[in-house]
Design a binder for this molecule. Structure first.
Ligand code: G1P
Length: 290
């Protein structure tokens, strides 16, 4: 295993989901449907496809349904997970964040259960369809912190961590000097915004310990990454898939429509293949829920 293998994927899922009320009064936003799946399935699939050994899901007491949902993915109960290159699947463990202190705090809560080496953070609200975003990033990752990036409109900068670029692009990798969390349009240092995929050096935990509350009174991962940039390289990665923001009604609907199109296409292709071959489909892989 190389030093840059990503063994742990952290999935923060303790947020309130206020942009998706009223459904989120009683249902975790991560369990809302995206056509034939739920939001969280895409995150788990991406982590499995990356070859992670451990998935750490951050929940709160109000979101225990997530734990119950994933418990059904125990061996022999794997209805839909796919793309597990090792064939044995990661273990899934749960960490509690019962105070809404922000994304940086959620990541810090996982310090003791993160396996050695660089690790990933995957925000499940951000579904990326197409090539596995974390796997694409991992294939280019060398050191420091890498964050998925996409271009956003001037009117959208206040919804994203915005990159301050700092050097010449190399392929899909843009060197970064720092980030600003959700700046108003006039204060945005570039038009590149962060999407919820991060590959982080474990040094970030020490930085997070010393990161004061920032935007919205929360401990911002963006601020910690900026501080860490004085010590380790920061890179924004222009991923090739399509990102849907499933934290709001429009994004959730768009993701469902895109998923419906993908399923219909898969069904049509599978239909053609069965018509031409009698080879049985490969069995689904199981993952262990702990
Ligand atoms: C978080 C991050 C932000 C990032 C965004 C991507 O914000 O803090 O930097 O651009 O995810 O979705 P949130 O949307 O959780 O408030």
């Amino acid at each position: 295993m190389s030093d840059t293998s990503i063994r742990t994927v952290i999935i923060p899922a303790a947020g309130f989901g206020t942009r998706l009320l009223p459904a989120t009064k009683v249902t975790a936003k991560e369990l809302l449907p995206v056509y034939d799946r739920v939001v969280l399935d895409f995150a788990i699939d991406e982590a499995v496809g990356l070859g992670a050994e451990r998935i750490v899901v951050v929940i709160s007491a109000a979101k225990r349904a997530i734990q119950a949902y994933l418990a059904d993915h125990a061996p022999g109960h794997d209805p839909c997970l796919s793309g597990d290159p090792r064939g044995i699947g990661p273990e899934i463990i749960f960490v509690h964040q019962d105070l809404p202190l922000g994304l940086g705090h959620a990541v810090l809560c996982c310090r003791d259960v993160t396996l050695p080496g660089p690790f990933a953070v995957l925000l499940p609200d951000d579904i990326v369809m197409g090539p596995n975003c974390l796997a694409e990033m991992a294939s280019q990752y060398t050191d420091g912190h890498m964050i998925a990036a996409m271009q956003v409109g001037p009117e959208e900068t206040s919804q994203y961590g915005i990159f301050r670029l700092g050097g010449l692009p190399k392929g899909r990798c843009l060197p970064v000097a720092g980030m600003v969390e959700k700046p108003s349009p006039g204060l945005a240092p570039s038009s590149f915004g962060a999407v919820g995929r991060y590959i982080l050096d474990p040094m970030i935990f020490d930085v997070l310990e010393n990161t004061a509350s920032g935007k919205g009174g929360e401990v911002q991962l963006t601020d910690a990454i900026t501080m860490a940039g004085r010590i380790v390289p920061l890179v924004a990665f222009k991923f090739s898939g399509t990102r849907h923001d499933c934290g709001n009604h429009d994004g959730l609907l768009a993701a469902a429509v895109a998923r419906q199109a993908a399923v219909r296409q898969e069904t049509a292709v599978a239909g053609k293949m069965t018509a031409h071959s009698a080879t049985p489909a490969a069995p689904a892989h199981a993952i262990v829920a702990g």
